[in-house]
Design a protein around this ligand. Structure first.
Ligand code: C2E
Ligand code: MG
Ligand code: MG
Length: 558
């Protein structure tokens, strides 16, 4: 392609940039090679790290806002254009935004020559290729970006009404089993099912992948939102039937009252995402109304996660391992201890394991923390074996550690490092997380057993008390949970169940430890059922290593 002859003056072209810019989202520009001058739509200054919408020393100034890795490529291109070796410019590269993050752009332009054939101008347009779509051709709806603009018209005083965020529950399965094109069809049909039910004044948008948002700025109540959700579900059921059950799926919904939304579109998105997440957590195919208290608890959890993360990265500062004695049921003599994690959080607040263990598990941080706790426990065990050679330490293991880390080699490594017998360590795993079909789980469990480590099934009596699980796993111990013990020690039926469970465990060659024994009366009754070990406040609460030392071995320091 040969370059055109420039018919306009620089001023005329700059005027044209100014004239057309308000009519478009893209950015027009003129680069004058002869004057070494550059002019771009004023809006670009708000988006990119440009010093101004016009400047001299084109190359030098570009260095300020072009992503460094892409700069050489651009300079080579500008040189070719300026020398007339190229007449059309079409480059994908990155500029830098105000947050210093790269923004992908497509810069296109054409060279205009002077009548003597020398290049004078490069005129063109820049558009963001990674920009959010305003509309979505799959569903035929406006997209998330447009939703933001719609909110911006009203913020900070949103009219009464609600935001209903809808998410398909099994969209990935549909894509996987029928292909993406069919997935698009389902999205389009779902959009139609929603659209059919919204009333005048309400607006529908498609947001991320398989989610939609119905915005009501016309005074709809929470009850209206719930009814809308129910009607949408009915329409989807009709569609599934018409579609001959080729794809069977459900939707969940998160509802936010506009009055809860603080001041921005961003908070509306976060709150509705949270409400939808809750609906999915509660089993999907249902809707959940945003609750400020619940959200606060969730945010506190996020904050606690940050604190835990910081602690893990700072040598486990704030974590401590406590020890609770386990005693022989018949003679009350110390046989070992269970290692129990503690965490001193912000302002030295003692956070309970019930609060921080689930967060450690969800985030995967239980992997390093669990490994650290095991080291502390084995270290203490080694010390206490000086006084009581048969002393054993029990350590809780999370299923996250089993499934997502090299837990078998970690445990073996720690045992070898401290030089204790494998049978000095008892690993406790809860019954509730038992995965019947997992080959990986079996490998870890059998690996631990073969190595000589003792295994205990924790929390027995709280879950299914799955006999199948007992025969599959054949642990060395079962630990009867306190909640079950409390019932058994006060109710005849549960007590008989307890006695039979102990008998059955013994007949299978397993030992039984009863947890949560607090009083002498409880102990007397528990003993009649003939367990092997007892753990409970009556014999000692969980305490620090130093205190355990003092209490049981008469030593001052650990
Ligand atoms: P668990 O493994 O069943 O531990 C026994 C829990 O019962 C401990 O609670 C202990 O303090 C409590 N307990 C013992 N005797 C009595 C009693 O007589 N009365 C009452 N009311 N409670 C008693 P804790 O320390 O709060 O730990 C709670 C749970 O947190 C543990 O239950 C365990 O599932 C988990 N956990 C603790 N440390 C760790 C750890 O290092 N790793 C993992 N994965 N989980 C841990
Ligand atoms: Mg335990
Ligand atoms: Mg337990």
């Amino acid at each position: 392609m040969t370059a055109k002859i420039a018919k306009f003056t620089t001023e005329q072209m700059i005027d044209m940039v100014g004239l057309f810019s308000p009519c478009m989202d893209d950015y027009l520009y003129v680069c004058d090679f002869k004057e070494d001058y550059y002019q771009i739509s004023p809006g670009a200054v708000n988006r990119f790290l440009l010093p101004s919408d016009h400047f001299h020393e084109v190359e030098k100034v570009h260095k300020q806002f072009v992503y460094p890795e892409d700069l050489d490529m651009l300079l080579v291109e500008l040189e070719l254009l300026g020398q007339g070796k190229k007449t059309f410019h079409n480059l994908h590269y990155r500029w830098i935004g105000h947050d210093r993050e790269p923004i992908w752009i497509n810069c296109r332009g054409r060279v205009l020559n002077d009548p003597d054939g020398t290049p004078h101008y490069l005129v063109g347009c820049i558009n963001e290729i990674g920009a959010k779509q305003k509309a979505d051709n799959v569903s035929g709806l406006l997209g998330e970006f447009s939703l933001g603009i719609y909110y911006a018209n009203y913020v900070p005083n949103l009219p009464d009404g609600f935001l209903l965020r809808l998410g398909l529950d099994e969209f990935r399965d549909i894509n996987e089993s029928h292909g993406n094109e069919y997935g698009d069809y389902i999205l389009r049909k779902t959009a139609q099912c929603i659209e059919r039910n919204i009333r005048s004044g309400q607006k529908l948008f498609r947001i991320v992948a398989d989610e939609f948002a119905v915005v009501d700025f016309v005074g709809g109540t929470i009850e209206d939102a719930r009814e809308l959700y129910r009607n949408i579900k009915l329409s989807i059921l009709d569609f599934i039937e018409e579609n001959k059950y080729k794809a069977v799926y459900t939707v969940s919904g998160g509802i936010v009252d506009n009055r809860c939304i603080e001041d921005s579109y961003e908070s509306a998105m976060k709150m509705s995402e949270f409400a939808l997440g809750q609906a999915k957590k509660q089993g999907k195919n249902s809707c959940h109304v945003f609750d400020a208290k619940e959200y606060e608890t969730y945010l506190k959890g996020r904050q606690l996660l940050r604190v835990l993360h910081h602690a893990v990265n700072h040598d486990f500062e704030g974590f401590e391992v406590y020890f609770q004695p386990l005693v022989g049921a018949s003679d009350g003599r110390l046989s070992g201890a269970e290692a129990l994690l503690r965490f001193h959080g912000e302002n030295d607040r003692m956070v309970s394991p019930g609060e921080f263990i689930p967060i450690l598990e969800e985030s995967g941080l239980i992997i390093p923390v669990g490994r650290w706790a095991l080291r502390q426990a084995v270290d203490a065990c080694k010390e206490w074996q000086k006084y009581l050679p048969e002393f054993k330490v029990n350590v809780n293991l999370s299923y996250v550690q089993v499934l997502k880390s090299r837990v078998l080699s970690d445990i073996k490594g720690i045992i070898e490092e401290f030089g204790v017998r494998p049978s000095s360590v008892c690993i406790e795993l809860t019954e509730s997380g038992y995965l019947e079909e997992s080959m990986h789980f079996d490998k870890v469990w059998n690996g631990l057993k073969d190595y000589g480590i003792l295994l205990a099934l924790d929390d027995f009596g709280t879950g299914y008390s799955n006999l199948h699980c007992l025969s599959d796993l054949q642990p060395a111990y079962i630990k009867m949970d306190r909640s079950f013990m409390v019932k058994a020690l006060s109710r005849e039926y549960e007590y008989r169940l307890l006695v039979h469970t102990v008998d059955m465990a013994h007949s299978l060659g397993l030992h039984v430890c009863m947890e949560g024994i607090e009083t002498k009366e409880e102990l007397a009754k528990a003993r009649e059922a003939e367990p092997d070990y007892i753990q409970g406040f009556l014999f000692g609460r969980p305490c620090s290593r130093a205190e355990f030392n003092r209490k049981f071995f008469g030593e001052e320091t650990a």
